[in-house]
Design a protein around this ligand. Structure first.
Ligand SMILES: [Zn+2]
Length: 279
């Protein structure tokens, strides 16, 4: 019988708060049994349960309070340290030639590439004489957005959505975009302690803005969010879901008129590269 050693997963600095060292332990069967009951459609809720369970108790901080980026870095880190083979394949439809291509990448190559937030993990600005604080979306916000996304209609392969389903999706997307904005900001001078009440007050303030005010407000919020980028190289889609950038792939079939390379930047959802262990 071979001896399989327990992975000693090295700690890493929380990229949104480098003084906090995150240390994860390899999951046991007992823990993986619990994870088997998690709903695979609720990735953020599952990620919270996973990270809170495998965190080293000595440096435990509720992963709901970590930024979305920190949480994704943590599950990525766990995958890199516990996978026997960290080489992955991303299949994609090429926008240049229309054919299906496969891109090979090694997760390990990204392990040293995460960045740490510059300055404080929040930014402030004044709008309509009120102080606004912008913070990266945290785990709680990501769970909230994920719950909202559950109402979206997703067409099955070769299925076309009915017009009323398309209308429903568009309306829901507008709500989700607005919710992302509400979840990104806080009014530090509002002393209301009840979190649900705070959320409602922020929401009604934003709903009361005119469209032009809201556009200016939103532009400033996203600008400050971009200033606080940290973690792995990732992009959020319009509903806030984060995708890992896994490199560029050159189309083998087509070039530019001058013979130059036509490449595609590839992004994958985190379920593609990092799975929560189950039994
Ligand atoms: Zn191609």
């Amino acid at each position: 019988m071979a001896n399989i050693l327990v992975a000693n997963i090295p700690g890493f600095p929380n990229p949104a708060n480098p003084e906090h060292k995150i240390k994860l332990n390899e999951a046991t069967v007992r823990q993986a049994l619990q994870f088997s009951g998690l709903n695979p459609d609720m990735e953020e809720a599952s990620l919270t349960a996973f990270l809170n369970e495998v965190q080293d108790p000595a440096s435990f901080v509720d992963s709901r309070t970590w930024t979305a980026q920190t949480r994704k870095l943590a599950i990525f880190w766990y995958a890199v340290q516990t996978l026997d083979d960290s080489k992955m394949t991303a299949d994609y439809d090429c926008p240049h030639c229309g054919k299906l291509h496969s891109h090979r990448y090694d997760l390990r190559n990204f392990a040293g590439q995460f960045t740490v937030i510059q300055g404080k993990p929040y930014r402030e600005f004044t709008f309509n004489d009120e102080l606004i604080r912008v913070s990266p979306l945290n785990g709680e916000a990501m769970e909230n957005l994920e719950l909202a996304r559950q109402g979206m209609h997703h067409p099955k392969p070769k299925e076309v959505l009915a017009p009323e389903q398309e209308d429903h999706n568009r309306k829901l997307l507008a709500h989700i975009r607005l919710r992302m904005l509400v979840l990104s900001v806080d009014y530090p001078n509002d002393l209301t302690e009840d979190q649900a009440e705070r959320f409602n007050r922020r929401e009604s303030k934003i709903n009361a803005l005119t469209i032009r005010q809201k556009e200016a407000f939103e532009a400033e919020v996203w600008r400050l969010q971009a200033e606080m980028e940290h973690g792995l190289k990732m992009d959020a889609d319009e509903t806030g879901e984060l995708y890992l950038y896994v490199g560029s792939h050159a189309c083998p079939n087509k070039t530019t008129e001058e013979g130059g390379v036509l490449s595609t930047a590839l992004r994958v959802p985190f379920r593609h590269y990092a799975a929560i262990p189950v039994v």
